[in-house]
Every structure is written in C-alpha cells, then in structure tokens.
Design a binder for this molecule. Structure first.
Ligand code: C5P
Length: 220
C-alpha cells in the first residue's frame, strides 16, 4: 500500500511549511488541500455565486480545472498561487468548506494525489475522512497567540500591513467555524499524534514527524 502521512490542524499552525518539508525529505508527493478550498472561494467570487447557493457551488467545484506544478497552482491554466493566499480567500475557503456539496466534489481530486512512493497531505480532514488509512496521522497545532504572531510576520514580510488583534480574531473565528461544522469538522482523531509547535522551530517539527514515520513503519 502506498503510504500517506496525514497532517491536520488549525489555521496558521505551520502545517503547510512543515508538510512540504516532510514531503521533500522523504521524496513524497505533497497535497495542500486548503488550496483547493481557497480556489473554490476565489472561483465563486469571480463568478458571482453567493455563499448560500450550495448546489451551484457544488456544481462549480466539480467543473474546476485545477493543476499543481512546481509549487504553483493553476485554475483554468491561470496561476492563482498568490491570489488564493489572502486573508479574504482564507475566510471564504472556510465558508465554502462548510458546504457538503463542495466537500463531496473535492474527494476524488484529493484521492488522486496518492501515488508512489508516498504522499504527505495537509488540511483539516486528511486523517479523518480523505485518507483514514494513513500510516501516520499528525494533529499539528500551536497556541492562538503564536499562530497570530506567525501570520503577522508572514504578512509584514510580504509588505502587507496587518493588525495583530484583527488577525487573532479572524483565526479564532475560522477555528470556530472549522471545528463546529457538521461535515468533516476539524478534530484530533484518536489515532493522531499531537504535535504542538508553539515552542518548536520548523526543523524540529519536521524532524519529529519524520522520526514518528520511521517508528510507525518499522512497527508494521
Ligand atoms: O489550510 P488553509 O488555511 O489554506 O485552509 C483554508 C480553509 O479551507 C480552512 O480554514 C478550512 O475551512 C478549509 N479547509 C477544509 N478542509 C481541508 C483544508 C482546508 O475545510 N482539508
């Protein structure tokens, strides 16, 4: 069976960076499932579909032409890597992520990322819904204060002005929506290893996951 490492956790926990680095170290493929929800957010905005038109949003999602290549993501062959990274798209992604029709429409696409020699998948429901058979499941988190500070630094480094209080409120609101929704809520499953990165560097977090992977595969 092709191995999957599922890394789930709340927004701004550092999952993306850590998951990508784990994939690079192991020579595995990488799925950034949040990017898919962000793309649905962007496409629905561009096409003027309101967030309460569930069937239309599900239909839109089914028809999206999404392609990942060299660290970039394309929608209808247009590079949208930057456009989907805004706070607005994060909030919109969280809104469309609560819609069962949208989640259903993304299942097949997410599963199609699984190919040899292995996959590191990051998101909210990778270990619980999409890849329940994952050999290693990690629930990666950090305190809300640390996550807000990390997001703040990222934005400032990109030359985007930001306010730490607004950022903290936004991420708590997003956490609340992601954990309370009825379809595929963000939860730490019983078989997931908890990794709190509040006091860890990226290297330490990557090292921990790679070493857990070594342990679980040795025991199989
Ligand atoms: O991980 P990222 O911040 O890019 O995800 C954006 C939003 O997409 C999340 O807040 C969440 O609501 C949604 N999402 C999801 N399921 C996933 C990945 C992301 O619902 N597997």
């Amino acid at each position: 069976m092709i191995p999957v490492i599922a890394i789930d956790g709340p927004t701004a926990s550092g999952k993306g960076t850590v998951a990508q680095r784990v994939a690079d170290q192991l020579g595995f493929h990488y799925l950034d499932s949040g990017a898919l929800y962000r793309i649905v957010g962007l496409a629905s905005l561009e096409r003027g579909i309101p967030l309460d038109f569930y069937d239309e949003l599900g239909h839109l999602t089914q028809g999206l032409k999404i392609r990942f290549a060299q660290g970039h993501v394309f929608l209808d062959e247009k590079d949208v890597s930057e456009a989907i990274r805004t706070e607005e798209m994060g909030q919109r992604a969280s809104a469309v992520g609560a819609i069962p029709q949208v989640r259903m429409a993304l299942v097949g696409l997410q599963k199609s990322f699984l190919s040899a020699p292995g996959l590191v998948a990051d998101g909210r429901d990778m270990g619980t819904v999409i890849f329940p058979e994952a050999v290693l499941k990690v629930f990666l988190t950090a305190s809300a204060q640390i996550r807000a500070q990390r997001r703040y630094k990222q934005l400032i480094a990109k030359g985007i002005s930001a306010n730490i209080d607004i950022l903290t409120n936004d991420l708590l609101e997003r956490d609340q929506r992601d954990t309370q929704r009825s379809t595929a809520p963000l939860i730490q499953s019983e078989d997931a290893y908890l990794l709190d990165t509040s006091n860890l560097t990226i290297d330490q977090a990557v090292h921990q996951i790679v070493s857990w992977y070594g342990t679980v595969t040795q025991n199989k």
